[in-house]
Design a protein around this ligand. Structure first.
Ligand SMILES: CC(C)(COP(=O)(O)OP(=O)(O)OC[C@H]1O[C@@H](n2cnc3c(N)ncnc32)[C@H](O)[C@@H]1OP(=O)(O)O)[C@@H](O)C(=O)NCCC(=O)NCCS
Length: 261
């Protein structure tokens, strides 16, 4: 049974403790998701997709594997989505929502600083409608899933060489040009029965030579047999590549933040 949008049950209201809120921000009373609540809801729901958004369990699995791939802390259920403390120079934290929930709007109104990102498995228009005017939407992305576990075998173009390294559950593939420059690279990681592809990049001078396909193929070969679900979030360019491998888009993936003046 699908969880309809805006139907998450929430515990009694508490005062928000958002790290992104300064004294000049509008104070809001928010309802905080109780610990383990989302997991309990998810565990009662069979694996399925909504017409607006994605299954929270699938999103959590993708985020968990992404955190492993990037050495980040695990996602934490919060506001009806998941918070990941990214702690980089450009980003303090992000909240990723499987679908529209009231917590997203509440959270957006409690943040008034740059470097906090809100991400929704939903359209840019839907996200925009929930945000205060000072938020900026970023380039669109797409949540995608592989539809096949075997892809046509491609061979490395002449002059290139490939290197594979593995550390714990993370694989890294790098392709070097004849001159020794890094031409393309990408990561794969798994969590539970989900395998994800991450940071797939071909350098501009080496694009449209099949290196992106080879990266995907090599990472796919590192996947364990038990990982039946393969996921990624794609840029517009990436979506074109993955579509040639039979991947399907299961949801738009929209991002917003406050951009510093
Ligand atoms: C997306 C990206 C990795 C593709 O790498 P690539 O090495 O050029 O990909 P390939 O040569 O293997 O492309 C295979 C096929 O995918 C499709 N494709 C790849 N990039 C495409 C693009 N920009 N526009 C349209 N189709 C594209 C084409 O069908 C292509 O086959 P063709 O060249 O015979 O037409 C590369 O453009 C890139 O690094 N972009 C910037 C970073 C980025 O967005 N990465 C994706 C993150 S999800």
């Amino acid at each position: 049974m699908a969880i309809p949008a805006r139907s998450f049950r929430i515990s009694p209201p508490v005062r928000a403790a958002c790290p992104a809120r300064s004294s000049s921000c509008r104070a809001v009373s928010v309802r905080k998701i109780s610990k383990g609540w989302l997991d309990r809801v998810v565990s009662r729901s069979p694996w399925r997709m909504n017409d607006r958004g994605v299954d929270p369990q699938i999103l959590k699995a993708w985020l968990s594997a992404r955190s492993i791939a990037r050495g980040l802390s695990a996602p934490v259920p919060e506001y009806g989505g998941f918070r990941v403390d990214t702690r980089s120079d450009t980003e303090v934290a992000r909240w990723v929502f499987p679908q529209i929930v009231s917590g997203l709007e509440t959270l957006a109104h409690s943040i008034c600083k740059p470097r906090y990102f809100l991400k929704l498995c939903g359209s840019a228009e839907d996200l925009r409608a929930l945000l205060p005017a000072n938020w900026t939407l970023h380039a669109p992305s797409y949540f995608m899933q592989a539809t096949s576990s075997s892809w046509p075998v491609r061979h490395l173009p002449r002059g290139y060489r490939i290197a594979l390294s593995r550390a714990n559950a993370v694989s890294e593939v790098r392709i070097f040009s004849e001159a020794g420059d890094l031409a393309a690279s990408g990561y794969g990681a798994e969590a539970g029965n989900v395998f994800i592809y991450d940071r797939i990049v071909t350098q501009p001078d080496h694009r449209r030579r099949g290196l992106g396909r080879i990266l995907m193929q090599k990472l796919h070969e590192t996947k364990s047999q038990t990982c039946n679900t393969q996921l990624l979030v794609a840029t517009e360019d990436g979506r074109s590549l993955y579509a040639t491998l039979g991947w399907k888009t299961i949801s738009p993936y929209s991002t917003a933040s406050i951009v510093s003046a």
